[in-house]
Design a protein around this ligand. Structure first.
Ligand code: PLP
Length: 427
């Protein structure tokens, strides 16, 4: 299997190259050359999650240098449970937040860390990543003490929760966290500018860990593959998924699983009031915006960076409209949903997950799997006053919260970023 850029189909890259480069030289995103239909009967029912994942991803790794390491990368990355619960007759809840930093981003980050560690092959790589919250902690945790990799995390100052910030800034060693005076989109723009500058490339051997990296996207297909097949075998029906969506990384992975032939019915994208996608579906014009702040802050994205990948799957607007549905959810509805879900199911849910639960009630009465993207304890200041109960903190987060941290602020400026990297990164 080879990978191509969304902007140029003629140059073919190996998977290792695509993972290392993050973004193609022409600024496009790497996508698989094609999606083969996988023979589902070849997945025996007793496969462990890591084995199932390795088998799902095999085709993408075929003939790549990483192929032989794939089972090992999966076994090292997927060490935590991905439980699904039935809440009522037609409502199922998939909890993707039991990894080390309690969001679904652990899945992709840990897989990518394992892959890049192999790809580095003894020479130092620098990861530059922008985060609106959970990416930063997931990446920091996944790459911490990987000796051939330095990580610089950019986050918008004052726009992530105190606990999120603690989880990004508590590491030290090969992890440098920078609070940028700007928005998440500014952080993302800094990363993009650095990436299109060849001097940066040479000096730092830059690689990305954002959801633009195909090495984060591919592993996320495995939980949709695993859960949909398990569901289909148990219930004889293809489930639909409702996915809290920002940069479209998690959601695109679901479409990839569907493209591979896994038994998935509709996929519904729940967004906060950053609704560039709903607007596109209505008008056919894709108009990126400045992001606005909402309670579901990891989804505050005005220009979803995986949009080009989704567009590649459904190039014609009519096709796109047939397959993609998006519903935008206000902060008020997020709040009332947090309360309702707690009353109805005794479940505490984070504001991101709440967008998906809200959307569920607007849909046909089919079986739906609502995707939970972060543990509620990461957003306790929002949730606790609403439900009048306190959220207990899992052990893995307790450990991070008591570590000392270091906060470094920088201007929204590429040269400042460079100087700071040179000054503060371990050589
Ligand atoms: C990142 C994140 C999202 C959005 O995921 P995308 O892949 O960017 O669409 C949703 N919820 C939480 C908790 C997140 O951290």
């Amino acid at each position: 299997m080879k990978f191509i850029s969304t902007k140029n189909k003629n140059i073919r890259y190996s998977l290792s190259e695509a993972i290392y480069m993050g973004l193609a030289n022409d600024g496009g995103l790497f996508i698989p050359e094609y999606f083969p239909i996988i023979d589902l009967s070849s997945f025996s029912e007793d496969l462990s999650y890591p084995d199932f994942a390795a088998k799902t991803l095999e085709i993408f790794f075929k003939n790549d240098n990483l192929a032989a390491s794939l089972p090992d990368i999966c076994a090292t990355a997927f060490t935590f449970p991905i439980p699904i619960q039935q809440l009522d007759e037609k409502t199922f809840f998939l909890e993707l937040f039991h990894g080390p930093t309690l969001s679904f981003k652990d899945v992709g980050a840990r897989f990518l860390a394992g892959s890049l560690n192999k790809i580095a092959n003894g020479k130092k790589i620098t990861i530059l990543v922008a985060t609106s919250g959970d990416t930063g902690s997931a990446v920091a945790s996944a790459f911490y003490k990987k000796t051939n990799i330095n990580v610089c995390i950019l986050y918008p100052k004052g726009q992530i929760s105190v606990r999120q910030e603690q989880q990004i800034t508590c590491w030290g060693k090969n992890i440098l966290a920078l609070a940028v005076q700007g928005s998440f989109d500014d952080c993302q723009q800094l990363v993009k500018s650095a990436f299109t500058d060849s001097l940066w490339q040479k000096q730092f051997r830059l690689s990305s860990a954002n959801s633009i990296n195909i090495g984060r996207l591919l592993p996320q297909t495995t939980y949709y593959a695993f859960i949909s097949l398990q569901f289909y075998r148990q219930h004889g029906i293809k489930p639909g998924f409702i996915i809290p969506t920002g940069n479209l990384g998690n959601a695109t992975a679901a479409y990839y699983a569907k493209a591979l032939g896994f038994p998935i019915n509709e996929i519904i994208l729940a967004t906060n009031t950053n609704k560039v996608l709903s607007d596109y579906l209505q008008t056919g014009n894709y108009i990126p915006r400045k992001s606005v702040s909402t309670l579901a802050n990891a989804m505050d994205v005005g220009n979803p960076n995986n949009f080009a990948r989704l567009k590649e799957l459904y190039p014609h607007f009519t096709d796109f409209k047939k397959n993609v549905r998006s519903i935008s959810v206000s902060d008020n509805d997020i709040k009332s949903t947090i309360i309702n879900v707690y009353r109805r199911y005794k479940k505490m849910i984070c504001p991101h997950t709440a967008t998906a639960f809200y959307v569920k009630d607007k849909l046909a009465d089919n079986p739906w799997i609502v995707v939970g993207t972060a543990h509620p304890c990461k957003f306790e200041t929002i949730i606790e006053p609403l439900i009048n109960a306190s959220i207990s903190i899992p052990e893995q987060l307790q450990t991070l919260l008591i570590k000392s941290n270091q906060i470094v602020e920088i201007d929204n400026n590429l040269q400042t970023l460079k100087n700071t990297l040179i000054r503060m990164m371990p050589s």
